[in-house]
Design a protein around this ligand. Structure first.
Ligand code: NAD
Length: 449
């Protein structure tokens, strides 16, 4: 095969241009400025008791324009993206993070430094010493630290508009309901909960309270996966007919909550297999009408006493697309998918679901030649994009792109996969004709000009 590095639309991989250097240098400076301004703003609020803006004030003041610079490159180059136009810290949406575990400390708190519309204003933890230390690091005032017990007092904190739940899966429902009752919007980590009944109760609680509920499906906000979705839907290489996907990792400590059924709800399927399921539904905009599943767990492996190790599952979509998915807690890392189309081409991402380094690759027949292709839609902080989407939905009073209904649908499909594995038979699902049936406002429609 001949190499055709990105004949489709991006710079050749490995080249580092003057523009890249300037953009990256600019990002570093901006991130540092944003972090220090958030810290000083929250410190100001603590000392001076400055009045928090209402939703209406924030919306009225939210229109901000990017700084404009002269283009650096010739017209033949890929157009430069507009520079970031972050909101002033005082006008940003305030988030409380519940649970100071791995994801919060390693990814989410740092991601706020790349956010344009969101800031951290409160922390909720079972460990007061840890919470105090983290609060200092991120400029959160001590009065805005809560325990799991006194969490409901957050209703009196006007600096918090959204609660971001980053706890073991079985605790998502309780904290969603308590947040809605406290008058706060909810951003909840995936999987939404431990089963569809619980997910339904979360939706109802937020509806009753008139609050937004978003599930943190970061992949649906990530630019390379978005590009793959556009290629799928525009039939760039013909109609996609078959999709293969895998998300595997070797889980270590047998004592961790992910391997306890009561806390996790299940094993590899709801934790990592959900990425294959949710991303394929996103690529196609369709809902499966039939699923099959097969489960295997190594006997006597202490990790798989309560939850499953490996699940192979297949999804059949109304348009005829078949998807073949693998997820395992017992083999080495793999996180990829590939879409096979009917006009001599395939494309996919490898890695597809990791936090960094995502890129599209594939191959296409052109003039009788098999051409390899690579393409990149650029590297963005997926968590910052997802958090900013929630903030923009609050500022503009829109339904999030991945609302509670999107999380509930994944639970219903996963339950059908488990049923198929149990019975050894395919399980049919209700046919849903509408495209993107469970999604809310597209991130593209929320851009602040
Ligand atoms: P973690 O184990 O690192 O952190 C869990 C936090 O919950 C800790 O602060 C822990 O102290 C607290 N906690 C409270 N009660 C607990 C209990 N009974 N047992 C165990 N911990 C308890 O987990 P994590 O990796 O941060 O995952 C948290 C959530 O985030 C999960 O729902 C997970 O699926 C999700 N997650 C999402 C992504 C993503 O890419 N979107 C990545 C990792 C995790």
């Amino acid at each position: 095969m001949k190499d055709l590095n990105d004949t489709i639309d991006s710079p050749i991989e490995g080249e580092y241009t003057r523009r890249d250097f300037l953009t990256n240098a600019g990002k570093g400076i901006l991130a540092a400025t944003v972090l220090s301004s958030i810290a000083s703003c929250t410190a100001d609020a603590q000392e001076g008791g400055s009045k928090s803006p209402t939703d209406k004030d924030i919306h009225a003041n939210s229109v901000t324009k990017p700084i404009e610079l002269k283009p650096l490159e010739d017209k033949s180059e890929k157009p430069q993206e507009p520079l970031p136009a972050p909101l002033e810290p005082g006008k940003r949406v305030g988030f409380a993070l519940v649970g100071l575990g791995n994801l919060t400390l390693a990814e989410l708190l740092p991601a706020f430094g790349a956010c344009q519309y969101a800031k951290v204003t409160a922390l909720v933890s079972g460990n007061p010493e840890k919470a105090k230390k983290v609060a200092k690091q991120y400029g959160v005032p001590e009065k805005s630290i809560y325990s799991y017990q006194n969490f409901d007092n957050i209703k009196n904190n006007p600096d918090v508009q959204v609660v971001y739940i980053v706890l073991p899966n079985s605790m998502h429902e309780e904290f969603t309901i308590r947040s809605a009752k406290a008058g706060k919007h909810v951003l909840c980590e995936k999987p939404m909960s431990i089963n569809s009944q619980s997910a339904q109760r979360m939706i109802e609680a937020c509806e009753q309270a008139g609050k937004k509920l978003m599930i943190a499906y970061r992949i649906q906000y990530e630019p390379n996966n978005k590009k793959a979705k556009e290629w799928t839907r525009s039939e760039k290489m013909g109609k996609v007919k078959v999709i293969d996907a895998a998300n595997n990792q070797n889980q270590g400590d047998p004592g961790q909550w992910r391997l306890k059924k009561a806390l996790a709800g299940g094993g590899s399927l709801p934790d990592i297999g959900i990425y294959c399921l949710n991303t394929i539904r996103y690529l196609l905009g369709e809902e499966p009408v039939q699923v099959t599943g097969t489960i295997y767990s190594t006997p006597n492996d202490p990790r798989f006493k309560e939850v499953e190790e490996t699940v192979l599952f297949q999804l059949q979509f109304p348009s005829g697309v078949l998807a073949n998915c693998t997820t395992s807690y017992g083999v080495h890392d793999a996180q990829w998918y590939r879409c096979y189309a009917d006009k001599g081409g395939y494309f996919g991402l490898d890695p597809a679901f990791s936090y960094q380094g995502l890129q599209i690759d594939g191959a296409q027949v052109q003039d009788g030649l098999d051409l390899k292709l690579k393409s990149s839609a650029g590297e963005k902080n997926q968590f910052a994009l997802e958090i900013d989407h929630m903030a923009q939905c609050v500022l503009q009073d829109k339904k999030p792109f991945t609302p509670g209904e999107e999380g509930l649908q994944d639970h219903l499909i996963m339950e059908a996969i488990y049923e198929s594995a149990r019975t050894g038979k395919p399980v049919k699902l209700k046919k849903i004709d509408k495209q993107d049936a469970f999604r809310g406002t597209s991130p593209d429609d929320l851009k602040i000009a």
